[in-house]
Design a protein around this ligand. Structure first.
Ligand SMILES: Cc1ncc(COP(=O)(O)O)c(C=O)c1O
Length: 419
């Protein structure tokens, strides 16, 4: 069985536990992925030739400019963007990309935003001060009939439907292409928050004239094995030509004349200051590594891991998994153990087994609260509720799952003995 561990930089690192040194097991990939070795090698090579991009006359500057611009083309190809009409803007991360897009809302038609209950705060809070609607859940997924009804009632008034490509809480995959079709039928655009989708499934963006086309896509390098501080926002070039850039400064200005400032065209107008060249090159290299591995092998491996983990976790009666069992999803599994605070479970796995998992609300309070049947506005801030989250990367293995499950069994036994 493939597990691609040989592709990961730092995979073999050991950490101190209360039972001695153990190889670190990272089940926190939804938060951040380690770098691919290929990414490390590429940025080390590019760093030797690094110089600031665009306006330098020197060889290194021209080299770095070419690498930076070629990273845009590679990423465009990876997600099916049409560079005649779309622009690839380098940002800091998904959060930065979505905040940037929110600056352009006045230039989209309509006056309302729709987001959903499964959103990360990064795809909720930037829209909070606009007239908005949050699509509820139904049957372990989004209530798409409700979405359509709201779109119908507000036809022509909805600027944007902002939806995750995959949930960072349950791995749920909203049907983004059907949602795009629905949004377009009522005159709205769609933004896909691709932070969790990008490392797990191909984004095959249909052409512009296809109703299933995704208008905007945002994602982060650090979720796709390129953790060097870069992210991406992709969208229609014509939109980013409107108004004043979201941040102003060096690189954004073409000229200053008697009539005022003439802004550079996108993407330069949206990349104020010296850009993160190596971060951009890192993302492009990660896209190429994923393409070289091939999606079928990656998806098959992940599905095996999910199936195996769910089967093993089901052997622990005191453990509740919040994912729907029968759903197509990416490798994110959230659970709780009866009578044990989520944070304590995560600390136990770390202290005894050298396993990294995440606990809490994962910046998705609305969704987590609903899965826990709580009102998210009445949450105890001293001891916030939450879950434990195991999230898989392409390099994880069933043997690692066995170690985590052994730790969870042991913890449950300890709780029972103490009771
Ligand atoms: C679904 C989703 N959207 C957005 C983000 C924010 O990503 P970043 O912190 O890279 O901006 C995350 C991070 O976990 C996420 O899981």
């Amino acid at each position: 069985m493939d597990n691609f561990a040989h592709l990961i930089y730092g995979y073999e690192k050991k950490v101190e536990t209360c039972r001695g040194k153990k190889r670190y097991i990272n089940f926190d990939n939804a938060a951040s992925t380690p770098p691919f070795k290929s990414v490390m090698q590429t940025i080390t090579e590019a760093a030797a030739w690094y110089s600031s991009v665009h306006r330098g006359a020197g060889f290194k500057s021209k080299y770095s400019t070419e690498r930076y611009e070629s990273a845009r083309r590679i990423i465009a190809q990876f997600i099916g963007a049409d560079l005649e009409r779309d622009v690839v803007i380098f940002t800091k991360n998904t959060t930065d990309s979505i905040n940037k897009l929110s600056h352009y809302l006045p230039w989209l038609p309509g006056e309302m935003i729709i987001f959903t209950k499964v959103e990360h705060h990064s795809n909720e809070l930037p829209w909070q001060n606009h007239n908005h609607y949050c699509v509820p859940l139904k049957n372990n997924g989004l209530d798409l009939e409700n979405l359509e009804e709201v779109l119908r009632k507000n036809a022509g008034k909805v600027k944007l439907v902002a939806v995750s490509g995959a949930s960072n809480v349950s791995g749920y995959l909203p049907p983004i292409y059907s949602i795009a079709e629905m949004a377009h039928a009522y005159g709205a655009k769609i933004l896909v928050d691709g932070a969790q989708l990008i490392p797990h499934r191909p984004i095959v963006n249909p052409p512009w004239d296809d109703p299933r086309h995704l208008d905007f896509i945002a994602f982060s390098g650090h979720k796709i094995y390129a953790p060097f501080g870069s992210g991406v926002l992709i969208g229609p070039r014509s939109l980013f030509e409107k108004g004043c850039p979201s941040q102003v400064g060096g690189g954004t200005v073409k000229g200053i004349g008697p009539q005022g400032i003439i802004w550079n065209p996108p993407p330069e107008n949206e990349e104020a200051g010296s850009p993160n060249v190596l971060g951009a090159i890192a993302i492009a290299e990660a896209c190429q590594t994923i393409t070289a591995i091939g999606w079928p092998a990656l998806i098959a491996h992940e599905k095996r891991l999910i199936r195996y983990a769910l089967k093993q976790l089901a052997q622990i009666p005191e453990l509740t998994v919040y994912n729907a069992q029968d759903q197509e999803r990416v490798g994110v599994i959230s659970f709780n153990i009866q009578d044990r605070y989520h944070r304590d479970v995560a600390e136990y796995l770390s202290a005894h087994y050298g396993i990294g998992v995440r606990s809490g609300c994962f910046c998705a309070r609305r969704y987590v609260a609903e899965l826990l049947s709580l009102d998210y506005r009445e949450i105890n801030l001293e001891k916030p509720p939450g879950m434990v989250r195991m999230s898989f990367g392409c390099y994880n293995s069933p043997e690692e799952i066995d170690i985590a499950v052994e730790g969870l069994h042991e913890l449950v036994d300890t709780i029972k003995k103490a009771a």
